[in-house]
Design a protein around this ligand. Structure first.
Ligand code: IFM
Length: 447
């Protein structure tokens, strides 16, 4: 009996150690000594595109959709008039030119176009069309996102993405937008951060509809992939040379304790769910055990949204405020998660296996006093510049965000803008980091 017990112990210890050693070798977590890195030594190809990004619900104001209903029912801070961008977009586009941007990513608000099922309002679509013309006149490439976390309240009431039968309504909306804008818009993101949408809305309950169910999360993940694949086929049949992709948040999961087999197991599992499932959906046409028709190779580019890495262990809170661990040498951002620019390279490597060009669709930091943002920007641009010179096919960088805006469950407390917004007066002011970004753009467009 003792022998059996001892053998079991030895086997468990040996396999645990082998697993940890393998993971430590296979998934390194580099940390640079930034004081030794010359972050000014960056170079970008002359055709590299410099941009910023926003999303409709975060900036436009005056919306009634799944989010406004959730804000009300949960007693969250209300998005309200947000940046009043719907009325001020012309002035806001001046800010794009002031920065010298050559690409701008924004999203379309479905609830404006179809406020009631089947009742279409053509006026807002005309406004989006005017926005596109204005951007093109400024020499700025428009990048349109069709779903960035928000959709009509009536569609949410029908179950939104939780029901396969609802997808045709979503696709019909997208096709309508595409038919109007695709004569001028070349680059399209079908869905923003599908894994954030499914985990925040259906696992953690912090986004609408506020559910907490793993089964539902998995169902949503599959349906988002189905929606993306169906859209890809439909939009490409309308305009084969349009460039269709998805904006994928790549959060890295690293074990809190790099010697703990349990922490490694949690990290690998979360990475598999967060990034692996989508990757396999695109590479193999199967997601979480189901075949998804048309998902194989349904990307012309991959949009990468990179912010941080999460340090994982067995006891991770899933209710209330998320507590973020960080390494001793890491600085905390205002959101609470660490600044980890080294991970940007790992995220680029991760999405590069999809074998399509990469667009950096988001990168930025919450920093109301603009103390960290300049360094954050320089470090991430340095990593980007290195990746490009090492041969990665990266077309653009979109800073998140152009201006402070409504940061979802965090309301207006998190400030991501190159422009500071005073939400009482709607005054916008360029931050120091905005000036720095402008300077970098000017210098690198000359080369
Ligand atoms: O504000 C969000 C955006 O809507 C999606 N990506 C992350 C940003 C910052 O949290």
């Amino acid at each position: 009996m003792l022998n059996v017990f001892l053998t079991a112990m030895i086997v468990t210890l040996a396999s645990g150690t082998a697993f940890v050693l393998y993971c430590r070798w296979r998934y390194p977590e580099p940390h640079l000594n930034w004081s030794e890195v010359d972050v000014e030594s960056i170079s970008f190809p002359p055709d590299f595109l410099w941009g910023a990004a926003t999303a409709a619900h975060q900036v436009e104001g005056g919306l009634h959709n799944n989010w406004s209903v959730f804000e009300e029912s949960r007693g969250l801070e209300k998005s309200g008039e947000a940046c009043d961008h719907w009325n001020r977009w012309k002035e806001d586009f001046e800010m794009l030119s002031e920065l010298g941007l050559t690409t701008y990513r924004f999203s379309i608000e479905w609830s404006r176009l179809e406020p009631e099922p089947g009742k279409w309002d053509s006026a807002p679509l005309q406004v989006y069309s005017d926005m596109v013309d204005d951007l093109l006149n400024r020499g700025i490439r428009p990048v349109v996102t069709l779903h960035h976390f928000s959709h009509p309240a009536w569609w949410e009431d029908r179950g939104g993405f939780s029901k396969k039968e609802n997808l045709p309504e979503f696709i019909a909306y997208c096709e309508r937008v595409f038919e109007t804008l695709s004569d001028r818009v070349d680059v399209w993101c079908t869905i923003n951060e599908p894994t954030v949408f499914s985990s925040m809305g259906y696992t953690l309950g912090q986004f609408p509809p506020g559910h907490r169910s793993i089964r539902q999360t998995l169902r949503i993940m599959r349906n988002l992939m189905r929606a993306h694949a169906a859209l890809y086929a439909s939009l490409k049949s309308r305009r084969p040379d349009a460039s269709i992709g998805v904006a994928k948040n790549v959060t890295l999961f690293d074990p809190l304790n790099r010697w703990s087999p349990i922490d490694w197991a949690v990290a690998r599992l979360l990475d598999w769910l967060w990034s692996g499932a989508w990757q396999r959906g695109i590479l193999s046409g199967r997601m979480l055990g189901s075949r998804v028709r048309g998902s194989k190779n349904s990307l012309d580019f991959i949009g990468l949204n990179y912010y941080t890495h999460f340090l994982t262990g067995l006891f991770m809170p899933t209710t209330g405020e998320l507590a973020f661990a960080r390494r001793e040498n890491e600085v905390s951002t205002e959101f609470g998660y660490p600044m980890y620019a080294e991970g940007f390279r790992r995220a680029i490597e991760k999405v590069s296996v999809l074998n399509v060009p990469i667009e950096i669709t988001e990168n930025g930091v919450a920093d109301s006093n603009d103390v960290l943002r300049p360094e954050h920007l320089m470090r991430h641009l340095w990593v980007l510049s290195e990746a490009i010179s090492d041969g990665y096919d990266i077309k653009s960088f979109h800073h998140w965000s152009l201006m402070d805006n409504f940061e979802w469950a965090e309301g207006y407390s998190m400030r991501f803008g190159l422009y500071e917004v005073d939400f009482d007066t709607q005054e916008r002011n360029l931050r120091k980091s905005g000036e720095l970004y402008r300077k970098i753009i000017t210098e690198h467009m000359k080369t």
